[in-house]
Design a protein around this ligand. Structure first.
Ligand SMILES: Nc1ncnc2c1ncn2[C@@H]1O[C@H](COP(=O)(O)OP(=O)(O)OP(=O)(O)O)[C@@H](O)[C@H]1O
Ligand SMILES: [Mg+2]
Length: 510
């Protein structure tokens, strides 16, 4: 018979309180121990937070729970039943659903097709009853506060909208356990509020949620219990209210982080490097004019739908504009394609790294060199030695966690993929960086390093346009801010005028 000790968990309660028991899970990939003897005990109806640096093993654990990966050793119990030979389909049937960190939607299908993929309901044996499905999809989205035309193709959605479709899809399974791997990474404050309301509702229905995030404020706001991962191990688990923010950071990164943001060093800007005059994009942007100075960080703030991403994509030549002129260093330039922009030393770090930023099946080094192929080639041949040297340097500069520069992007953790996106643009040495959500999915410690990097880039005379849905970081890092609302500029603020409330008011159209 089991001794009483064995029936007690590290949290001191008896085993029977738990919906999910994860015991001694280990998972190795070639060259890395992603999970090292991980045990977690998760109660029914609780919101269980997991935090940890990029590459700490959070997503790997979610994928094991959902049957995407197989653990090397250890056991998992759901409702007292051991889960063996799990596949995603079995996991679904057992009452689990997941919001993957990297979206898993099929872009050529509609919203409702995506929500009900593999489960199309049949009126009779041959025809899918689209009316029923579309109605159900609409209801699901409405339950999380979204009204969308569910017949739209997923490829036409913004990142935030895709996220909402992922959530609706997860809800559609009537799951008792929902795994949320950084669901908030792409959401603005308003959307986050909606998500939290959804989570509260789910909690009332006794649905259990595992919630992963790099944003510690969120963890404190909604998680009952929090586990901290470090290098594949659980370093601490307790009631969230018993942690302090500093303690979490310290346990996550192994050192204290004094300030969240480094001080901005530069103050004077005179030379204009970019001027945008009367830019318009069909249905999106209406007569926008602004300038960017040498060494400046210009923040663009706006809610989803305000046109911020469309604006920078048009400047970069990725989207068509109806009208407007762009001047680089005082000279009017025609930018019709991203290649034109790159030739003019402009770089765009995209918010959607899977869609636009990366070649996911290629190595880290091939991704990093993709912006400088011409520079490192002679005639038809790439100087692969040089390619490797450049990649190695970038990996060490940005502390990209990987086994080698030859590792396939697909096998990197989400945050480390993001760092590669940054690296590939850094090596191309542009003069103007457009950074759309550069810290998305990046851990607390590495975020600070990215801000420091932004500072040092501007000290070298580079200029940055900075977009982020995390308003706080834009306010803290930018020298000047323009606020977009409904495709127009609705306010401009110098560094000393920057105040959260004031800027939010402008962002919502006041
Ligand atoms: N399929 C795979 N093949 C090889 N290595 C992998 C694979 N998946 C993950 N890894 C490695 O396992 C480690 C843990 O990755 P994981 O994605 O779980 O991190 P994470 O905590 O989710 O990080 P992030 O915060 O960046 O999302 C990393 O070193 C990663 O490179
Ligand atoms: Mg992850």
């Amino acid at each position: 018979m089991a001794k009483l000790d064995n029936l007690l968990t590290p949290r001191g309660d008896t085993m029977c309180d738990y919906l999910l028991k994860i015991q001694n899970i280990t998972k190795k990939f070639p060259g890395v121990v992603a999970l090292d003897d991980v045990s977690l005990y998760i109660k029914k109806g609780e919101i269980f937070g997991i935090v940890g640096e990029n590459g700490a093993g959070k997503s790997t654990l979610m994928k094991i729970l959902y049957g995407v990966y197989k653990n090397d050793s250890g056991q998992i119990f759901l409702d007292g039943k051991e889960l063996k030979n799990l596949t995603p389909l079995i996991a679904q049937k057992m009452g689990m659903s997941i919001i993957f960190q990297e979206f898993n939607l099929l872009s050529t299908l509609s919203i409702s097709e995506n929500i009900f993929v593999n489960r199309l309901s049949f009126k009779n044996r041959i025809f899918v009853n689209w009316n029923v499905l579309n109605k159900r999809a609409e209801e699901l989205l409405e339950s999380i506060g979204y009204t969308m035309d569910v017949k739209r193709l997923v490829s036409s959605l913004s990142v935030a909208e895709k996220q909402m479709v992922e959530i609706a899809k997860a809800l559609s399974f009537n799951a008792k356990l929902i795994l949320m791997d950084e669901p908030s990474a792409t959401l603005t404050n308003k959307e986050l509020d909606k998500l939290f309301k959804v989570i509260e509702t789910l909690k009332k229905q006794k649905i259990t949620i595992i919630y992963i995030s790099h944003k510690l404020d969120e963890i404190f706001q909604i998680c009952d219990t929090t586990a901290i991962f470090r290098d594949g191990k659980v370093v601490d688990t307790k009631k969230t209210s018993l942690f302090t923010k500093n303690e979490i950071i310290q346990k996550m990164v192994g050192r204290t982080v004094e300030n969240e943001y480094p001080a901005r060093t530069k103050i004077n800007f005179d030379e204009e490097v970019l001027r945008v005059n009367n830019l318009a994009i069909k249905n999106k942007i209406n007569d926008i004019s602004f300038s960017l100075k040498k060494g400046e960080i210009l923040g663009i703030v706006g809610l989803v739908g305000s046109g911020r991403t469309e604006l920078v994509r048009a400047i970069f030549g990725a989207d068509k504009k109806i009208s407007g002129d762009i001047f680089i260093n005082g000279i009017k330039r025609s930018i019709k394609s991203p290649q034109d922009a790159i030739n003019l030393k402009i770089a765009l770090l995209t918010e959607d790294r899977r869609g636009q930023g990366l070649f996911i099946n290629y190595s880290i080094e091939k991704n990093i060199s993709s912006t400088i192929i011409k520079k490192i080639s002679k005639r038809m041949f790439i100087n692969t030695k040089l390619e490797t040297i450049i990649a190695k340097k970038a990996i060490s500069d940005l502390k990209i966690k990987c086994t080698s520069e030859k590792q396939t992007m697909l096998n990197l953790s989400g945050g480390n993929q993001q760092k590669v996106v940054l690296a590939k643009w850094l090596v191309s040495e542009p003069d103007i960086f457009i950074m759309d959500e550069p810290t998305r999915g990046i851990d607390v410690g590495a975020k600070y390093e990215i801000y420091v990097l932004m500072n040092s880039l501007t000290e070298k005379g580079k200029s940055i346009i900075f977009i982020s849905s995390e308003i706080q970081e834009v306010l803290a890092i930018s020298d000047r801010i323009i606020v977009l609302y409904g495709g127009k500029i609705n306010g401009e603020f110098q560094r000393e005028e920057i105040e959260n409330d004031k800027i939010m008011k402008h962002a919502i159209g006041q």
